[in-house]
Design a protein around this ligand. Structure first.
Ligand code: ATP
Length: 257
């Protein structure tokens, strides 16, 4: 049953820390190919650190990380060697402010491929169309784009090299509920059509409910619960209970009697 090909990412017994602080403490996690996995955890609990360690931006102290069946190589910083294995949408979109939307999408192509300007334009256009950005906005600079448009451009850039996995760090933060809902639908559509594996850090309860196949909860440096949203809602773990059944989440449900 547990064939390695079933998994896009396998993390075993991972430890990551800074100085005296241990952030990730013997954590294990499997991300299945083709699933949308949501990661929740307390602020400062290590979600971004976990994501950045998987993609090789932060060194691990010990443990194993396998991405698409290959051991991540800490010596190479992971990124260059596997540039096309994953794409990343950082928190706040993090576009280059001096480049237009189209140039932002072309950036990873320029960095990693030797192809003509015409082909680069064609690929960037295809990606911008894919994320639903109107042609009028393709040559705008980030400062001229709304929050939702910025996220779309950042997603187009993450998809530039046709990755098998995309990492999304709080993709709907800062968006109004309608724009966030539209973005959720976009992620789901792209995941289906491109057969992507999506690893998504989010605090957005609606995203967790509607787009994630499974949700993993990070507490005390470990994954303390993982499964479909329904399983998380019935988890006995104190942090998971507080997260999903706290005052703010309760407000989302209609009052009984
Ligand atoms: N480069 C770094 N150097 C030192 N400490 C760091 C570094 N990056 C993160 N940390 C620390 O690791 C801990 C986890 O941070 P992380 O950003 O992963 O939290 P998070 O779960 O993503 O939080 P949030 O939901 O608020 O974004 C924090 O205590 C943070 O200060």
């Amino acid at each position: 049953m547990d064939m390695p090909e079933r998994f896009a990412i396998r993390v075993r017994d991972l430890v990551v820390g800074f100085g005296d602080q241990v952030v990730i403490d013997h954590l294990s996690l499997d991300v299945r190919r083709g699933e949308i996995l949501g990661l929740v955890g307390a602020s400062g609990g290590g979600k971004s650190v976990l994501m950045r360690t998987i993609i090789g931006l932060i060194p691990k102290r010990s443990g194993e990380i396998e991405v698409m069946g290959r051991e991540a190589d800490p010596g190479l910083g992971g990124r260059r060697r596997s540039a096309s294995a994953w794409g990343i949408l950082f928190q706040q979109g993090a576009l280059f402010s001096s480049l237009t939307a189209r140039q932002n999408v072309q950036f990873p192509l320029r960095e990693n491929l030797t192809i003509s300007e015409t082909l680069m334009d064609e690929i960037a256009t295809a990606k911008l169309e894919m994320v639903g950005l109107a042609p009028d906005d393709w040559d705008k600079f980030p400062a001229q784009l709304s929050g939702g448009m910025t996220k779309r451009v950042a997603l187009a850039r993450a998809l530039a090299l046709d990755p098998g996995i995309v990492f999304l760090d709080e993709p709907t933060s800062g968006l109004d509920p309608i724009a966030a809902g539209d973005f959720d639908v976009l992620i789901q559509t792209l995941q289906k059509t491109l057969k992507l594996t999506v690893f998504m850090v989010t605090h957005d309860l609606a995203s967790l409910n509607t787009v994630c196949d499974r949700v993993a909860a990070l507490a005390d440096g470990k994954i303390v619960a993982i499964g479909p949203m329904g399983d998380l809602l019935t988890s006995d773990h104190p942090w998971v209970k507080a997260y999903f059944h706290g005052k703010r989440s309760r407000m989302l449900r209609p009052a009984k009697d």
